[in-house]
Design a binder for this molecule. Structure first.
Ligand SMILES: *Cc1c(COP(=O)(O)O)cnc(C)c1O
Length: 364
């Protein structure tokens, strides 16, 4: 095709998409990539072999459409989550981003509203607006916590159709009490989504929002294989909710949305859940080391129950980000004044980040 390419403004784009910017965490081939909260430990060799065998088997029938109901995979997730969940309460898609998109397509859309307490996961507003709904951001305390009473009054004032509670919160790492989830549910008539993308990194004795599901048909708990499970490249996210919620999601998904290869890979990985999750405690230890060392360097790290740390006290985040980049270390400027976010990597990667940060100093 010849000629000059058109500009976005020249196209008959939907009016409500004009002026929007796509999700754009930089993808740069740097030696130390700690910017998008992946598990930086590779899948163990023996597990990778078994996943490969499962994919090879699925490939022999790839001339046929896959199981539209991904039955075996839903059973795998129900077993993994426990809490007496059964497969009719489970949904999955290509990353929890697609799971959240399904939720918004079913429960938000034109004329409706989705809500979250900012700063929170940057994809919520993008996914919301792409369904034609509007996004309303609530507020948090200065340390990014939310208490039950404040949450309930903010939600009651907006009366949203979909509420996102990120637990623990990205990009701040902040834990969220179950009492806040209960209060948010009571204060609303909409669907309440608790995004537990990082739950596996929380202290092991902490209860999941899954324990709140019985008797709450508007409550949804979403998870992902992208973080603790070291499976970001496979694109698999899932949720647990009332079977009626799952039926609602069937109305909006594309038929056969989970490929046979994805289903085979994810089911095989779930069979090896303990091995896939083996590095979680090690990663949490590196996270705590980042908190201690950044504090010793004079920064102000925030409490985190995730695999990343948000630290404040950065004079000019863009300059510090660039100096780290020049030293081969990629972290994230999440747009919060005087803050940067870094993912806990392997011990070596974490050391490389901390050494680089010490060498750049906090002065611009
Ligand atoms: C990373 C992340 C997700 C998951 O994304 P996937 O699409 O499953 O890779 C969901 N929610 C939050 C808060 C995240 O940080």
């Amino acid at each position: 095709m010849g000629g000059v390419s058109a500009r976005l403004e020249d196209l008959p784009l939907r009016d409500d998409l004009r002026g929007m910017t796509p999700y754009g965490a930089p993808q740069a081939p740097l030696p130390i990539a700690l910017n998008v909260n992946e598990n930086t430990h590779p899948v163990p060799e023996d597990v990778a072999d078994d996943i490969m065998d499962s994919i090879a088997l699925a490939l022999r029938e790839v001339n046929r459409y896959p199981d539209r109901e991904f039955t075996a995979l839903r059973e795998g997730f129900a077993d993994y989550l426990g809490h007496g969940l059964t497969r009719d309460q489970i949904w999955a898609a290509n990353g929890s981003n697609e799971v959240l998109q399904h939720v918004l397509q079913a429960f938000a859309g034109p004329g409706r509203t989705a809500f979250g307490f900012g700063p929170t996961y940057s994809m919520y507003p993008l996914l919301t607006r792409a369904t034609g709904a509007s996004w309303v951001a609530g507020t948090r305390a200065a340390d990014y916590t939310i208490d039950a009473e404040d949450a309930a009054s903010q939600i009651a004032a907006v009366d949203p159709d979909v509420i996102f509670l990120c637990s623990p919160n990205n990009p701040t790492g902040t834990p969220l009490g179950l009492d806040v989830i209960e209060a948010a549910y009571e204060a609303s008539t909409g669907v309440v989504v608790v995004d537990e993308a990082y739950h596996e990194f929380a202290p092991h004795e902490e209860r999941s929002a899954l324990t709140l599901l019985p008797g709450r048909e508007r409550l949804i708990v979403s998870r992902t294989m992208s973080k603790a499970f070291a499976f970001a490249g496979a694109r698999v996210g899932y949720l647990a909710a009332d079977p009626a919620v799952v039926d609602a999601l069937r109305l909006v998904r594309l038929p056969y949305h989970l490929s046979a290869l994805t289903q085979a890979a994810a089911s095989a990985a779930l069979r090896h859940a303990p091995a896939m999750l083996r590095m979680v405690d090690d990663i949490a230890a590196q996270r705590d080391r980042i908190i201690a060392t950044t504090a010793a360097l004079g920064y102000t790290p925030h409490d985190s129950w995730t695999n990343f740390v948000l630290f404040g006290g950065v004079d000019d985040p863009a300059i510090t980000w660039q100096r780290l980049y020049d030293r081969g270390v990629l972290i994230r400027d999440v747009g919060i004044a005087h803050h940067l976010r870094v993912t806990a990597g392997t011990e070596e990667e974490t050391t490389a980040f901390l050494d680089a940060l010490a060498s750049v100093g906090s002065d611009a």
